[in-house]
Design a binder for this molecule. Sequence first.
Ligand SMILES: *[C@@H]1O[C@H](CO)[C@@H](O)[C@H](O)[C@H]1NC(C)=O
Ligand SMILES: *[C@@H]1O[C@H](CO)[C@@H](O)[C@H](O)[C@H]1NC(C)=O
Ligand SMILES: *[C@@H]1O[C@H](CO)[C@@H](O)[C@H](O)[C@H]1NC(C)=O
Ligand SMILES: *[C@@H]1O[C@H](CO)[C@@H](O)[C@H](O)[C@H]1NC(C)=O
Ligand SMILES: *[C@@H]1O[C@H](CO)[C@@H](O)[C@H](O)[C@H]1NC(C)=O
Ligand SMILES: *[C@@H]1O[C@H](CO)[C@@H](O)[C@H](O)[C@H]1NC(C)=O
Ligand SMILES: *[C@@H]1O[C@H](CO)[C@@H](O)[C@H](O)[C@H]1NC(C)=O
Ligand SMILES: *[C@@H]1O[C@H](CO)[C@@H](O)[C@H](O)[C@H]1NC(C)=O
Length: 327
Amino acid sequence: MRRLSLPLLCLSSALIVWRPGPTAGESSVFLPAPQNITIESRNFVNVLRWSPVKGVNGTVSYHVEQRVVSSEHWEEVNCTNISKPECNFDHGMEVSRNLLRVRAEQGGLKSNWSQVGPFQAKTDTILGPPWGINVTSEANTLTLSFRSPLEHTKYDSDLVYIIHQWDESLSGNISSETKNTAKKFKNLKEATQYCFQVQAMFENIKGEISGPHCNKTATTERTRNIYIAAIFGVLMFTILATFLCLCVIQKYKSTIKYFWQPRLRIPSHYEEDLQNAQVVAEYTFWNCAEEHWDIVSVISNTSQNQTLRDSFASGNQVDVSNLNEHR
Ligand SMILES: *[C@@H]1O[C@H](CO)[C@@H](O)[C@H](O)[C@H]1NC(C)=O
Ligand SMILES: *[C@@H]1O[C@H](CO)[C@@H](O)[C@H](O)[C@H]1NC(C)=O
Ligand SMILES: *[C@@H]1O[C@H](CO)[C@@H](O)[C@H](O)[C@H]1NC(C)=O
Ligand SMILES: *[C@@H]1O[C@H](CO)[C@@H](O)[C@H](O)[C@H]1NC(C)=O
Ligand SMILES: *[C@@H]1O[C@H](CO)[C@@H](O)[C@H](O)[C@H]1NC(C)=O
Ligand SMILES: *[C@@H]1O[C@H](CO)[C@@H](O)[C@H](O)[C@H]1NC(C)=O
Ligand SMILES: *[C@@H]1O[C@H](CO)[C@@H](O)[C@H](O)[C@H]1NC(C)=O
Ligand SMILES: *[C@@H]1O[C@H](CO)[C@@H](O)[C@H](O)[C@H]1NC(C)=O
């Protein structure tokens, strides 16, 4: 009497279906084939992966084989430490289209093969973006440098790089190609930020694009000199203009004073008083000895009837007879 259940063949039956019978020794076990088998290939590094298979007792190991599509002969793939459900088959299979298969093994048990493919590294690999990107600035020149995603592989020299470039005005987006991992951009706009994105291309297959890397151009020595000259010129002009202004002011002092001084206006209440004023006295002294005029006007307000007379020092009067005696 068999007490074993039928093995489930559906996809989800990754587990071993194994029920011990009541009578010892009577058992039928099998390993399911690895599931979810995929190839991940990036920058010509190829990794075959699958979901782990659960063994009956302890761990299972895996066996990987490959063959060229056109061939009937399966070959071993040299995977190291294959108790992990992945096989790094590294660089290889670039030119030919290949099939890969894997099975689980445990003791004498062997699962069915799981197959994947065809795979060709040259067309199926994903090219990562260039890395280690630097943009250095020197005057109006920017130097972009980066590292190849295929460094240390034989395909490194086959790469072409597409450089996307734009400045802060976002007006133009220029693309250029180079085979080198460094490029100088000369005669750029001065004091302007430029951004770059780099993308590797292998036989017309474009790789992933890098993030933007930016730097700003400086002003060239020539522009700086022009600026300095301009500033110096303006300064000199200002000094000269100021000097000329001062000269003109000095020369036409009186005219300027006339125009600039506010017209003297006598306040109205004083004006009234002045209309009533009389010239009270005007004395003229002729001093022979000192050859000097003294004109004195004394104004008196008649309303106050206060008259100033003869209030001048008589010292100004010179005895003429004395002068005559000296001669
Ligand atoms: C296979 O992958 C799918 C989705 O990633 C997952 O749901 C499923 O459990 C996997 N199968 C196994 C046997 O691990
Ligand atoms: C599992 O392990 C037990 C004891 O270690 C052993 O008797 C049995 O045969 C093993 N089964 C398989 C499938 O290897
Ligand atoms: C696997 O690799 C080892 C050492 O790396 C080497 O000796 C062996 O020949 C390789 N086997 C195959 C089938 O490539
Ligand atoms: C293989 O992998 C196992 C577990 O991942 C580890 O314990 C063992 O040291 C590895 N062996 C080699 C040769 O890499
Ligand atoms: C293994 O493959 C054979 C033939 O392709 C098939 O009949 C059998 O059911 C498979 N076994 C499992 C466990 O998938
Ligand atoms: C821009 O260039 C200058 C001069 O080459 C450099 O020192 C600076 O690190 C760069 N800035 C960036 C963000 O790369
Ligand atoms: C970019 O600059 C960093 C730090 O200075 C340096 O380590 C790296 O090698 C440079 N990258 C390139 C492509 O020169
Ligand atoms: C220029 O092209 C790059 C890459 O396609 C893109 O990321 C960037 O936004 C573009 N810039 C402008 C201004 O169109």
